[in-house]
Design a protein around this ligand. Structure first.
Ligand code: NAP
Length: 345
């Protein structure tokens, strides 16, 4: 079986996903595209030589019976409506983060999916498919470092465009740590506060950079995440879990070691796409395989999307107030608990 995809949003990441499904992965085909900018959709079809219909909007694309699954890669505030419509149209959905920009919208999607009775939406938190994060997860799961007590993480980007704001640090950048870190230790967040260190002179004046987020989980694990989006030297993701018996850390990205002019050097990546390319491929191959083999998807759920929406909202309030913010999550529905139990086996 081939999974026929419709793509809603043919911008930067929409195109990279079209490229991976068309040129690298097995079992998927792009048969329909739409973008609010019609020219973008048309030029994507030409650029990748697709045999795909260009639709004027998501409503008409979702009426196409050839489309089995949609990829939602429009801008964040439009995601929730497209995902809801796609669920109602009986499609599988791969939605890039954020699933929704409000907890209310995320919960509406949760209800719609539960009404279908199986997981039909996968949220694009690709770090869960990264080899390094998977190793961290299995170390914790196998109790190799004892009970986790603290996590120290950092998310550094080389630089940001002028349009990047202080709030985006939480809702666009930190959101990947928000998802990955609670998943690593199988815990939920309780509170967050943010500390602003001395500002770098390398950022635009309106941006507070760097920022230090301090989060606490329900079991008392303290998590520190440094987000430094104009660090100049490269794209660098770090994560160390401190347990009762030892610590475990993400591996450095493999790179050749050069000896030259009396020095020893190793390159640092500069582009997030290179850092997580294998993880992006793995998450989409899993999405395709799950539909083919099980008629349902797996991976990060709409409940994970809800957790991210509530937590990033609390992070923004912590930025605005300078105060610690409680993260009040609703009780996890049995439907999602069951999905987690199966995934944990
Ligand atoms: P982008 O380059 O701006 O692409 C978004 C595209 O969607 C644009 O062509 C935009 O058109 C179009 N669009 C906006 N609203 C639409 C709607 N209602 N229906 C159809 N098309 C619509 O942004 P991007 O960098 O690709 O990001 C897309 C999404 O992926 C974002 O939510 C982002 O957070 C997420 N993302 C995730 C990762 C990751 O690491 N997992 C990385 C990058 C991005 P206009 O330009 O005309 O507005």
């Amino acid at each position: 079986m081939t999974v026929n995809f419709g793509v809603i949003g043919t911008g930067a990441i929409g195109r990279t996903h079209i490229d991976r499904i068309t040129n690298r992965l097995a079992g998927g085909k792009i048969v329909a595209v739409t973008d609010i900018n019609d020219e973008s959709a048309k030029s994507t079809v030409e650029e990748y030589g697709l045999d795909a219909t260009v639709y004027p909007d998501d409503t008409t694309l979702l009426e196409d019976d050839h489309v089995d699954a949609v990829i939602v890669t429009s801008w964040g505030p439009a995601h929730a409506q497209s995902v809801l419509s796609a669920i109602k149209a009986g499609k599988f959905v791969f939605c890039e983060k954020p699933l929704a920009t409000t907890a209310k919208d995320a919960l509406e999607i949760v209800d719609a999916e539960m009404a279908v009775g199986k997981q039909v939406v996968q949220v694009g938190f690709m770090r869960r498919y990264d080899q390094g994060y998977k190793q961290l997860k299995s170390t914790v799961k196998n109790n190799e470092i004892g009970e986790p007590l603290m996590i120290h993480a950092c998310h550094r980007n080389q630089s940001q465009a002028e349009s990047y704001t202080t709030e985006m640090t939480a809702v666009d950048t930190l959101i990947h740590e928000i998802d990955a870190l609670h998943w690593l230790v199988n815990d939920d967040y309780k509170s967050v506060r943010v500390i602003y260190p001395k500002r770098t002179t390398k950022a635009y004046e309106h941006l507070q950079d760097p920022q230090l987020f301090i989060m606490e989980t329900l079991s008392g694990i303290i998590i520190t995440v440094e987000v430094f989006t104009n660090c100049q030297y490269g794209y660098d993701i770090q994560c160390e879990i401190v347990g009762e018996l030892g610590t475990v850390k993400l591996p450095e990205v493999p790179s050749t070691v050069m000896r030259k002019n009396a020095s020893l050097s190793q390159a640092v990546l500069t582009d997030w796409k290179d850092r997580f390319e294998d993880a992006f491929d793995a998450e989409f191959q899993d999405f395709i395989n799950s539909i083919e083999r099980h008629g349902a998807v797996q991976g990060p759920t709409t409940w994970d999307g809800y957790i991210a929406a509530v937590t990033s909202d609390a992070c923004v309030k912590a930025q605005e107030t300078g105060e610690k913010q409680e993260i009040g999550l609703k009780e996890r529905p049995a439907f999602y608990q069951e999905i987690e139990n199966v995934a944990a086996k």
